[in-house]
Design a protein around this ligand. Structure first.
Ligand SMILES: [Ca+2]
Ligand SMILES: [Ca+2]
Length: 154
């Protein structure tokens, strides 16, 4: 019996493992106030816990928008960068209609929503992505990109 098929299979397994463990890469924003933002280059099935973990691995957390100015900055940063949804850390998973940030658990302040949103469409929109015209609530598991926020010492 030839060992070639076994070697090929091993090669595929090694390649798949390498792929799964390779670090995601990011596009980095300019500094805004005391933060820089990392936009994931790869789109992947979103998961609040997993993406916040990845953000933590690089020293940050899933983005928490604290002011209309910060929203404006981020909306400009991601617009034109990608056709994918860009998730934030905001969600109303725990309590419908009450948006909080995943990492800090702090409530999301009053920010600009996209027209007629949040609408919890089909009763299943508990995560929040950035659009050029405001925030929109969507399902938590789209294939999408996400933003990490890293605090920079002032
Ligand atoms: Ca909701
Ligand atoms: Ca919506």
């Amino acid at each position: 019996m030839s060992v070639l098929p076994i070697l090929l299979l091993l090669g595929i397994l090694v390649a798949a493992t390498f792929q799964a463990e390779s670090m995601p890469t990011f596009v980095v924003s300019e500094m805004f106030q005391n933060s820089v933002y990392f936009l994931s280059k790869q789109a992947a099935k979103f998961d609040l816990r997993l993406m916040n973990r990845i953000c933590k691995d690089i020293g940050g957390y899933l983005v928490e928008i604290d002011s209309p100015k910060e929203q404006d900055f981020l909306s400009k940063f991601v617009t034109g960068m990608t056709r994918h949804y860009v998730y934030t850390g905001a969600n109303d998973v725990m309590r419908e209609g009450t948006f909080v940030y995943y990492n800090s658990k702090k409530p999301m302040p009053a920010l600009k929503w996209y027209e007629n949103n949040p609408d919890n469409w089909l009763g299943d929109e508990n995560c929040v992505h950035i659009t050029s015209e405001g925030l929109n609530d969507i399902c938590c598991d789209h294939i999408a990109k996400y933003l990490c926020e890293l605090k920079v010492a002032s």
